[in-house]
Ligand binder design. Structure first.
Ligand SMILES: O=C(O)CCCC[C@@H]1SC[C@@H]2NC(=O)N[C@@H]21
Length: 198
């Protein structure tokens, strides 16, 4: 049995396309990974970690696809990065900068799963405030994994210069942007639901 079957709320995509089929799921997963690839191209190349729209993409795709498909969409995105320039600023896994940003990328399936599960369990995407809170939790997961990885990566090349420098380079400088992204998601998702219910 599908473990998410008994959860009380449908994510947006399954409400729009209720007929279950493998084709629907594959198209949603590919669509989700395409949104990520596009979001990654909106990037400001700061060092060692760029500013990008990926976090907004992860959280929106996770909420709209639900836990299972959101997870698979992020996994598909990570696999595409082996051969296609789908990561920040048109890069692949073979870009040297991935030494520092791989932790963020690896966190995306986990964050999308958790945000999708919150939607399916509590209907968080129906309310701006709950969407905002779910986005912050998703971001926390991304930073927990991303910053930990970044610390080890900087250490491995002799560039680790203390916890506060690490937190600034890997998290603090992005926080204002994250609040804006969470606010955008908190506006878009409940608005989409209002349109769907018409
Ligand atoms: O190399 C990549 O494609 C991944 C880039 C990771 C960017 C991280 S995600 C969280 C934080 N917010 C941003 O805007 N940038 C960093």
């Amino acid at each position: 049995m599908n473990p998410t079957q008994s959860l009380p709320y449908l994510p947006l995509s399954k409400s729009l396309f209720p007929a279950r089929s493998l084709t629907r799921d594959v198209l949603l997963v590919l669509g989700g990974s395409l949104i990520m690839a596009l979001a990654a191209q909106v990037a400001i190349p700061t060092q060692p970690v760029p500013i990008t729209l990926q976090t907004l993409g992860v959280l929106l795709v996770g909420a709209a696809l639900g836990s299972r498909l959101g997870f698979w969409a992020m996994l598909a995105y990570l696999v595409q990065g082996l051969v296609l320039p789908v990561f920040a600023g048109g890069t692949t896994w073979f870009d040297p900068g991935k030494l520092f940003t791989a932790g963020y990328l690896i966190s995306y399936p986990v964050a999308a799963f958790v945000v999708g599960w919150l939607v399916e369990r509590y209907g968080t995407d129906r309310s701006p405030l709950k969407t905002f809170a779910a986005m912050l939790l998703g971001s926390l997961i991304i930073y927990a994994i991303g910053v930990t990885w970044l610390g080890f990566a900087l250490g491995s090349v002799g560039r680790f210069s203390g916890l506060s420098a690490l937190l600034y380079a890997g998290m603090t400088k992005f926080l204002l942007g994250d609040l804006v992204k969470a606010a955008i998601a908190a506006t878009l998702l409940p608005m989409a639901w209002r349109l769907v219910r018409r």
